[in-house]
Design a protein around this ligand. Structure first.
Ligand code: NAD
Length: 504
């Protein structure tokens, strides 16, 4: 077990140019990588810019063919990639397979949709300008600086890299300092698929390297997925540079259970969403609001299902993996201590904890709003269950925080659920289900409130990596427009008549 991983990392980053990649479940050193210097970051941005100049000239269909090849290579090298993911995250084998599945779905959707989503559109124009023709074009930004977190080391970089490339950009990715090996494996896969040299670059290191990428004069768009705190710093830096930015940030997602819900399904959803990937998912359920008449039965079901979760350090059979970072491990423990000290009921499984950074699946009841776990994202295997009098109180509680990423509503009355969805302040709503919206890549994904700016997935996601350009073309060979100098005598009268006819 390695509880001094971050300390080691800090030491390394203070002047030592080497990043040690560690297995969080065992503490063993997997590999040592050179940390990218500022010069190297800027150089890679420039290489990507030069390569992107040719890449953008290819048709979208042509670019999509490379993604199709990469998709095939990923399928053929699936086991090797899963092994790397497991080794640097401590995930279970099934969570590793989910990384592959979701990434393939991201590749499939984006490559198929890109030719349509990024094609120039002809826009019909108003009567006054009938002698013009108008188009909307989706042009690449240039070089995208992408920064990703550790919790899904393949999915999170892919959701930035794939649409950015399809939109004709070059890309420089800085993966999390905790999971660079998966990103390097991903690059190998793109290289094997024949991606033109230089278009896709990776830089290695922690926040300092990310900061250089944001501040590098060569990046034209920053696409960031990570915490609110870092997202805010990046937003400030981009604001100063007037550089566009996409931010996919943290959540503290509510699940609302109404009295008429299928309680077994709702409880199963809460347990799976709260605990899979050891709760280290931006859209995992952290807060559950249950209507009073069914709350006791709901807690009974959740407790029973939690007891059935297979824990332990055998990644092949366990439902439940290790925490990936020591900071996260400590943060979860501190929030649980805080909740306990303020009177919450913290229910844990009795089974002994495995060696390593494992935290047992934990249910918390009798929560109060002053508890840290009811204020901040916990990002660990903990669900807090609160009772509410009615649906209005459930919505009020769900909306009571700065976060607005995902939310779930469980009720048998689907009309009511759709109505309530419009009152929940979250970018993504799931009715009688949890988290599946992330696999529904046709629909946009992103946060309201402080959970983010911009959208990934869907047509909107592809267009997030494009600059919109409108082109207006004059159609006929007239020498002048009516409003150009000199304005003819009858023009004022003509315009008055036109205004009355068109807008009166
Ligand atoms: P983090 O914000 O600490 O780090 C994310 C990335 O930013 C890392 O690569 C890190 O090295 C880099 N970074 C740190 N400081 C930087 C700086 N000043 N400038 C530029 N880059 C910097 O987040 P994390 O701990 O890696 O990931 C967990 C967080 O990510 C959680 O809050 C989770 O909810 C969020 N997340 C959100 C989504 C989403 O789609 N909304 C998806 C996954 C994770």
């Amino acid at each position: 077990m390695t509880l001094d991983r971050e300390t080691k990392l800090d030491q390394q980053l203070n002047g030592h140019p080497i990043l040690q990649c560690l297995n969080p479940a065992s503490g063993s050193v997997l590999k040592e990588l050179a940390i990218s210097s500022s010069e190297e970051v800027n150089e890679k941005v420039e290489i990507a810019r030069e390569a992107a100049a040719e890449w953008r000239q290819l048709s979208v269909r042509h670019r999509a063919k490379f993604i199709r090849k990469a998709q095939k290579v990923l399928v053929s090298r699936m086991d090797e990639v899963v092994e790397v993911v497991l080794s640097e995250t401590g995930k279970t084998e099934f969570d590793g397979i989910i990384e592959i599945l979701t990434t393939l779905e991201i590749m499939r959707f984006n490559r198929k949709m890109a030719p349509r989503a990024l094609a120039p559109e002809v826009r019909p124009l108003g009567l006054v300008v009938k002698n013009k023709r108008g188009w909307v074009h989706y042009r690449p930004h240039g070089v995208v600086g992408a920064i990703s977190p550790w919790n899904y080391p393949l999915i999170q970089p892919s959701i930035l890299v794939v649409p950015a490339l399809l939109a004709g950009n070059g890309i420089v990715l800085k993966p999390s300092e905790f999971t660079p090996l998966t990103a390097l494996k991903m690059k190998e896969i793109f290289d094997e698929a024949g991606m033109p040299e230089g278009v896709f670059q990776i830089v290695i290191g922690s926040g300092e390297v990310g900061k250089t990428l944001v501040e590098s004069s060569g990046t034209d768009l920053i696409a960031f997925t990570g915490s609110i705190n870092v997202g805010r710093k990046i937003a400030v830096s981009c604001a100063e540079q007037l550089k566009p930015v996409i931010l996919e940030l943290g959540g503290k997602d509510p699940l609302i259970v109404l009295r008429d819900a299928n309680l077994k399904r709702a409880a199963g959803a809460a347990v799976w969403s709260g605990f899979h990937n050891a709760g280290q998912t931006c859209i995992s359920v952290e807060r559950v609001y249950v209507e009073e008449p069914v709350v006791d039965e709901f807690i009974r079901l959740v407790t029973e299902m939690t007891e059935a979760v297979r824990t332990g350090d055998d990644q092949a059979v366990s439902d439940f993996g290790s925490m990936t970072t020591e900071t996260q491990f400590r943060k979860v423990m501190a929030q649980l201590d805080d909740a306990r000290s303020k009177g919450a009921n913290v229910l844990k499984q009795d089974e002994p904890q495995a060696e390593g950074m494992f935290i047992q699946p934990t249910i918390v009841t009798d929560t109060e709003v002053n508890m840290e776990l009811m204020k901040e994202e916990i990002f660990g295997p903990v669900i807090a269950i609160s009772r509410v009098r009615n649906e209005d109180e459930a919505i009020e509680q769900a909306n009571s925080m700065k976060f607005g990423l995902n939310a779930s509503i469980f009720t048998r009355d689907k009309r009511k659920a759709r109505r309530l969805a419009s009152r929940v302040q979250a970018g993504n709503i799931v009715i009688n289900d949890v988290e599946t919206n992330y696999l529904c890549v046709d629909v946009p994904f992103g946060g309201m409130k402080q959970s983010g700016i911009g959208r990934l997935h869907g047509i909107e996601g592809l267009r997030s990596f494009s600059q919109i350009q409108s082109v207006i073309e004059h159609r006929f060979g007239l020498n002048k427009e009516l409003w150009w100098f000199p304005v003819a005598n009858g023009t004022k009268k003509l315009f008055r008549v036109l205004i009355r006819i068109l807008y009166g």
